[in-house]
Design a protein. Structure first.
Length: 138
């Protein structure tokens, strides 16, 4: 295989792996934010259900403070999630390019290897034919 093609294949593989890792990390962050948002929604529903044991807390306005805090946290989480989703979109475009380059270089590498094998087989066949027909007779 051509040295330049081998370097190109190695480089495209490394870029693909880097892209894959970055995307995986971002997806993990997205999932964390979604889980935390779901937890906040569950806390909000529980608070709005107004359990009888929380009557004293509601009487002093504690539930309003709690709901404001939940709202603020949900807003921050949603903003973080929006940022992560925007980053993810940009990374996905780069990842598609890296994947395409990796596939193309693998294909070129396979084609080159096949052409080299065929050339070698052809040379061997030619050598056998020449040695058979042009060998001195004893």
């Amino acid at each position: 295989m051509n040295v330049d093609l081998k370097h190109l294949q190695t480089l495209s593989e490394m870029k693909y792996q880097h892209s894959q890792k970055a995307l995986s990390d971002l997806i993990n962050r997205e999932n964390e934010l979604r889980r935390e948002l779901e937890r906040m929604r569950a806390l909000l529903q529980k608070t709005q259900a107004q359990d009888p044991e929380d009557a004293q807390l509601r009487a002093v306005g504690g539930d309003i403070i709690w709901l404001k805090w939940l709202g603020r946290v949900q807003k921050e989480l949603n903003m973080s999630l929006a940022g992560v989703l925007a980053q993810k979109e940009a990374l996905l475009a780069g990842h598609r390019r890296a994947t395409g380059r990796k596939i193309v270089t693998e294909g070129l590498s396979q084609q080159t290897e096949l052409a080299n094998r065929q050339a070698k087989q052809k040379a061997q066949l030619k050598s056998v034919i020449e040695s058979t027909f042009f060998s001195p007779l004893d």
